[in-house]
Ligand binder design. Sequence first.
Ligand code: PAF
Length: 274
Amino acid sequence: MIWRGEGLKIVLVPTMGFFHEGHLALMKHGRTLGDRLVVSLFVNPAQFGPSEDLQRYPRDLDRDAGLAREAGVNVLFTPSPEQMYPEGYQTYVTVEKLSQGLCGASRPGHFRGVATVVLKLFNLVQPHLAVFGEKDYQQLMIIRRLAADLNLPMDIVGCPIVRESDGLAMSSRNAYLTPEERAAALSLSYALKGAQKLAAAGEKSREKILDLVKRIITREPHTRIDYISLVHSDTLEEVDILKDEARLLLAVWVGSTRLIDNALLPEARYTCCV
Ligand code: PAF
């Protein structure tokens, strides 16, 4: 990257495209953190299982390119699968323990694909800093670990979840939801809010908190819980009793769409990108 030689600070926002306000918030924050903003748009086959939604994952390159331009992106990097994984490709990266539970348990091989493509993107773009959303909280922790373990000379920045006005966490996969499923999907953020209130009122028992979350979600039609978990914010190890701060993470099928969401317990008094 010629910009590096010029002493300019390069920020990367890795994405799979079909931009929504969540992506735009990452770009907006990214702009403030450096001199040049690179956004990668690559629907990474290596992070989809054989029966997952790689084929139907929403794509709209023209619209994304327009939005990226408006957001002040300097380079929209759109490699092809053949460029990223040419014939004979056989090298993968695994962040061992952090990748095993939660989404890693439901989606075997997913985080191996994520860690691999993210490391490749880092090597290709050579950013000083990369920005990721907290909606994929386990992913963010895995990438932080990857960067630390492999001594990557860069910073990883996490940004708070961006929500629709009614609370639904923004996701490209929300496009799959029918109106009834969209209504049922509200139970995820509603349940997280309920858990935050319970924790703020002094409840410390994992069982009681998870029980409330389960009840709120399962009373909606179309929902099927994949997992709900209360974990230590950094190690992602399960916590039995809420002591200081923990993350409540969940994945729920709404119809045929798997949605994820999470929240800090007790609720953060302010939000900012760190
Ligand atoms: O969060 C995503 O969109 C993807 O997992 C990422 C980080 C761009 C890697 O493909």
